[in-house]
Design a protein around this ligand. Sequence first.
Ligand code: C5P
Length: 261
Amino acid sequence: MEAATEIQPSSEHSQQELTIAGPDPQGRRDPLDRLIVALDFPSAEAAMDMVDQLQGTCRWFKVGMELYYAAGNSVIERLRERGFEVFLDLKLHDIPNTVAGAVRSVAGVGASLLTIHAGGGERMMRAAAEAASAPNAPRLLAITVLTSMDTAELSAVGVTGTPAAQVLRLARLAQTAGIDGLVCSAEEVAAVREAMGPAALLVTPGIRPAAADVGDQSRVATPAQAIARGASMLVVGRPITQAADPAKAALAILAEMRTAN
Ligand code: C5P
């Protein structure tokens, strides 16, 4: 795995007005570069309304299946025009030829990160990595085990052992296949960090501030716990987007991340 933790917003897209502190005086990574807000909304209008509410508190937004299937590439272009970095979370999982074609189809739209499922196997991931080697293509992240799944659910789909063991198995496979980074829960991120080394890009969803509703997630942690255990970036959806004051919720999470840095 290469030195992928150094992903930064490209300079022409980092001009937005920020209301919180920039570089940390002690040289720690700016939490703004480590927080990705999941725009799980059914339309571009709803998503952009949330973006307006969060202006100045976020640099990264995640466009997942719900929004992408409703709004397509244009919502990514709108986010890029506004200066944001985009994590395109399509969780691609199909035969190698089809996934490689899908990577090529979205390669030029301006996303910085794109997800595929590690469970699609080494040949699928290699084909995706090859397709993503084109100029301007996003970096690939392999989804290991969904943060909503627990041991019982994994065993029901035929995977014996703990989620952590399965995450590590898939992480090693993704590394062998040349994938840039991994998505795992904060429960196993410390073990993955140890196995993959300090340069690996590890993205962690399933983040819940101490008092927040867990919802459909199973393997959750607070923002500070996830950072302390070695996550490079955090994905946070409902704790921010469903909060009474989303900007305030985002700022609280950024402050918590800063304490754990
Ligand atoms: O609302 P919440 O914070 O639970 O949102 C988490 C986001 O992270 C969702 O958009 C979900 O699709 C995504 N995700 C996840 N687990 C993974 C990969 C992505 O929850 N393993």
